[in-house]
Design a protein around this ligand. Structure first.
Ligand code: GDP
Length: 311
């Protein structure tokens, strides 16, 4: 037998047919997976058998995956929905004040996070670009989110503003950063994890049949405690696959009004006896969020799911 006895490990890297598993002493073992295991992703707690011959590139085998307390998913050409990361405590929804703050885009990410039952945190980056008046306006726009119970962080990775608060939030948690391109995710991650450079992205997996390049996912540790799971797939996380009902539920302040409308199939538009619209009337739901909901709904009707391309 070329393998040592089973032990517990944490998946800290995932690419191609392999996974890097960290044992309880912090040593990393490159592993294959038993065929009966359907999927292994970064953040998974696994049972694995390290290889005896540590000079081999791939020496261990993952035998079982523990139940996940949460899982982030994305669309996949073959499987419909594919897990990309596991056991995440919080999703940092990154957006930026330039070129413009889009509350609708923030809402989309919040809904997607609610749908996977992972706490989202709103991070607004590039606040160094705001003058005092604009800063005040942004604060006012975001007060809405604080009122409904979300944590909101104003940050600049250029000036350093808010970065200590961010580091404190990340401590002892497993987080992911999501958001559109250009909002500053890489900049934030590079600042929080100076050694992360080159850790994420395309790496070469040359231990299989012929050399090919695959997209890697990594679990990285913050110097002050806590970890980050990152990969292109993680960053692309969005709500493409939600059915209507789950979209409505994803607006957390709508929940208490759901199920009570006069008509069972209430579209929450002009329907008589709509409790959501009544709540907008009384100020219990903001017009802003109500409009945002309808905008997302309209977009979903038009859009077909965009599956990621097969390799
Ligand atoms: P990503 O696509 O989300 O990873 O965004 P990047 O980290 O690549 O950042 C996009 C651009 O925004 C880069 O030119 C960064 O230098 C710039 N940027 C990032 N953070 C800040 C910030 O806090 N303030 C300003 N002014 N620019 C920033």
């Amino acid at each position: 037998d070329t393998l040592m006895p089973s032990q517990a490990g944490l998946v800290v890297g995932r690419f191609g047919q392999h996974a890097d598993v960290e044992d309880e002493q912090g040593k990393v073992h490159r592993c294959n997976m038993r065929r009966n295991i359907s999927s292994v992703v970064c953040g998974d707690q696994v049972l694995f058998r390290p290889g005896k011959d540590q000079t081999l590139t791939v020496s261990g085998v993952i035998e079982a995956v523990e139940d996940r307390k949460s899982v982030l998913t994305r669309p996949d050409y073959y499987d419909g929905i594919k897990p990309v990361a596991a056991n995440i405590d919080q999703i940092i929804v990154v957006s930026a004040v330039v070129p413009a703050l889009s509350l609708n885009i923030i809402d989309r990410y919040l809904v997607a996070a609610e749908d996977v039952h992972i706490e989202p945190i709103i991070l607004l980056n590039k606040v160094d670009m705001l003058d005092e008046q604009q800063h005040k306006e942004v604060q006012e726009q975001l007060a809405l989110y604080r009122d409904i119970g979300y944590r909101v962080l104003l940050v600049s990775c250029k000036s350093g503003q808010g970065m200590d608060e961010l580091a404190a939030l990340l401590k002892d948690k497993t987080s992911v950063f999501v958001g559109q391109s250009g909002v500053g995710k890489s900049s934030l991650i590079n600042q929080l994890l100076p050694d992360a450079e080159e850790a994420i992205g395309d790496i070469s997996d040359n231990s299989g049949l012929g050399q090919h390049t695959t997209t890697a996912a990594k679990l990285l540790r913050f110097p002050g405690g806590g970890s980050l799971i990152d990969s292109p797939g993680v960053r692309e996380f969005s709500l493409w696959h939600l059915p209507e009902g789950r979209l409505t539920w994803g607006f957390i302040e709508f929940r208490e009004f759901l199920g009570g409308c006069k008509f069972r199939d209430c579209k929450h538009r002009d329907d008589p006896g709509c409790l959501l619209r009544d709540a907008v009337g009384t100020g219990q739901i903001s017009q802003q969020r109500f409009d945002s909901y309808h905008k997302i709904l309209a977009g979903m009707a038009e859009q077909r799911p965009s599956y990621s391309k097969p390799p």
